[in-house]
Each structure stands twice: as structure tokens, then as C-alpha cells.
Design a protein around this ligand. Structure first.
Ligand code: HEC
Ligand code: HEC
Length: 232
């Protein structure tokens, strides 16, 4: 009885997604579950921080808007770009499209593609966490760590351990612990690596994205302040 009712709800759910995608009021609309999941993943993995809210661009001249992407690229091509990255990763002064294949699951990439193909509709609560002001740089930095998706690669509290099988050390490094604190012992050293990234090799190796021109200086300082509070 309950299951049948639920099934009926799901049908209405998918049908109305297209309406929401073309820009009608999102408040009363329901969404295709894959499109909704894609919207949340787009925020979780900081796609929105480089490509803009709902992929509208405007963050950096080197990062394209994604609003018409579904018309130019087939799903297979989109999957390759998300899994393998794209662009001039050797130039440290410019952002490049990071390699996500080791970090984002096949299902999550499918959901991202569903969201891109639906025209990146506004999905309620798929918003980056608001950055607290006036509570000190470390508090601000702890939220920026989530907002810019650092947490997906470096783990909660910078504990590391996320697999990167093709990289020499087999994992994405922690941002805590004695070795990290010894190597990155000044704000300047921490900020420099966040800004200019570090390319270990080609996909499927995950590398540190270049955040120069994406993360403003005051936020780089806040991130450094937060990292300094982590386990030594
Ligand atoms: C650190 C910034 C950054 C992040 C984070 C990022 N991108 Fe990108 N992305 C780029 C840049 C830069 C390009 C352009 C690469 C080029 O063509 O040289 C790009 C290109 C793309 C393209 C191809 C667009 C085109 O017109 O060629 C797609 C699709 C894309 N990104 C999707 C995503 C998705 C989905 C996410 C989140 C999982 C994401 N990006 C996260 C920087 C970023
Ligand atoms: C797509 C995964 C990914 C994301 C997202 C990411 N990083 Fe990294 N980061 C890496 C990898 C991989 C390395 C190792 C680079 C190397 O060894 O050359 C790294 C290295 C670093 C280092 C130097 C650590 C060391 O031991 O060499 C710092 C500091 C750092 N990242 C901070 C950040 C911050 C802050 C963010 C968010 C703004 C972030 N990272 C987002 C993958 C990522």
C-alpha cells in the first residue's frame, strides 16, 4: 500500500523535472532524483566555486560557463572531461579542470551529467555552506575547506587517506600530522601550494587543482589559519 503510493509519487517527480529545468518556480517544483543529486554533487565538489552558481560562469576568465554545455557535448564526452580533467594543468597561474575520476563515483558522474543536461536548474538547498563572518579566520577557513571541496580529496580535518592509486604515494596527502606541519611551517608556504597547485601527472592520477584567481587572498589566509589548527 505504502510502496504503491510512493511509486506514484516518483512518476510525477520525474515528469516535472523538465518544467523546473526551463526556469519555472523551483519552490513548488519537484525534481528528477538524478538531477537533484547532480545539483548537490555540483556544490559538494566545488564545481560551483569555479564554474559559478548553477554553472553560469563569471568567476574567472579561464573557467567556462556550463549553461549550454549539453548542446555541445554528448554524455560520453562530459564523463571523460569530469573523470580525466581538461586544460593547461602545467601553467600554475591558471586554473585547470581537475581530475575527478578517482574521487567521484560512476553514479555521481551520471547524476552530474543529468544535472548538466537538464540545464543546471535551481534545486532547493543545493547551496554551498555560508561562510561565517566575525568569528575568526580559523572558523571561516573550516567552512571554506568544505565550500571549496578540499574535504573530498584531503578528508575530514585534513586527515588524508583518500586513495590515489597511480600516484607515487598511493594516497592524496593529509593536511595534518607531523610531516605536513614540518614542511608547511608558514602561511606563505601553505598559501603558495593552494594557489599554484601541484600537478603529479596525467589522469587517472588526481592532482592538486590550481586555485589562483579562484580563491581570494583573505580566504587563502583563512584556509591557512584553519589548517594550522589541525592535528600536528
Ligand atoms: C579548480 C576549478 C575547477 C573546478 C573545481 C571544476 N572545474 Fe570544470 N573546468 C575548469 C576549467 C579551467 C575548465 C576549462 C578547461 C579548458 O578548456 O582548458 C573546465 C572545464 C569543464 C568542462 C568543459 C567545458 C567546456 O566548455 O569545454 C566541464 C563539462 C566541466 N569543467 C565540468 C565540471 C564539473 C562537473 C565540476 C565538478 C565536479 C568541475 N568542472 C569542477 C575548472 C574547474
Ligand atoms: C581533486 C583533489 C584535490 C582537491 C579538491 C584539493 N586538493 Fe590539495 N592536493 C591534492 C593532491 C593530489 C595533492 C598532492 C600534490 C603533490 O603531491 O604534488 C595536494 C596537495 C595539497 C597541499 C600540499 C600538501 C603536501 O603534502 O604536498 C595542500 C596544502 C593542499 N593540497 C591544500 C588544499 C586545499 C586547501 C584545498 C581546497 C581549497 C585542496 N587542497 C583541494 C588533491 C586535491
Amino acid at each position: 500500500m505504502f510502496a504503491a503510493g510512493f511509486g506514484g509519487w516518483e512518476v510525477g517527480h520525474s515528469t516535472r523535472a523538465t518544467v523546473a529545468g526551463t526556469g519555472s518556480s523551483a519552490s513548488s517544483a519537484t525534481f528528477d532524483p538524478n538531477v537533484a543529486a547532480g545539483a548537490h554533487i555540483f556544490v559538494q565538489f566545488a564545481c560551483a566555486q569555479c564554474h559559478g552558481d548553477q554553472g553560469r560562469g563569471g568567476v574567472s576568465p579561464y573557467v567556462p560557463a556550463l549553461t549550454t554545455i549539453a548542446q555541445s557535448f554528448q554524455p560520453d564526452r562530459l564523463r571523460t572531461i569530469i573523470d580525466h580533467g581538461l586544460g593547461a594543468s602545467a601553467n600554475p597561474t591558471r586554473p585547470y579542470m581537475p581530475v575527478w575520476g578517482q574521487v567521484i563515483s560512476t553514479q555521481q558522474v551520471s547524476d552530474l551529467i543529468a544535472y548538466l543536461r537538464a540545464g543546471l536548474p535551481k534545486v532547493p538547498t543545493a547551496d554551498p555552506p555560508p561562510v561565517p563572518q566575525g568569528q575568526g579566520a580559523a572558523v571561516e577557513g573550516s567552512v571554506l575547506y568544505v565550500r571549496y571541496g578540499c574535504i573530498n580529496c584531503h578528508g575530514p580535518n585534513g586527515l588524508g587517506g583518500v586513495p590515489n592509486p597511480q600516484a607515487p604515494d598511493k594516497t592524496i596527502p593529509p593536511l595534518s600530522g607531523v610531516a605536513f606541519k614540518a614542511q608547511f611551517n608558514t602561511d606563505q608556504k601553505i598559501i603558495e601550494v593552494i594557489r599554484s597547485g601541484s600537478v603529479i601527472g596525467r589522469a587517472p592520477i588526481v592532482s592538486m587543482p590550481h586555485w589562483g584567481g579562484i580563491i581570494p587572498n583573505d580566504q587563502l589566509l583563512a584556509l591557512a589559519a584553519y589548517l594550522k589548527t589541525l592535528k600536528g
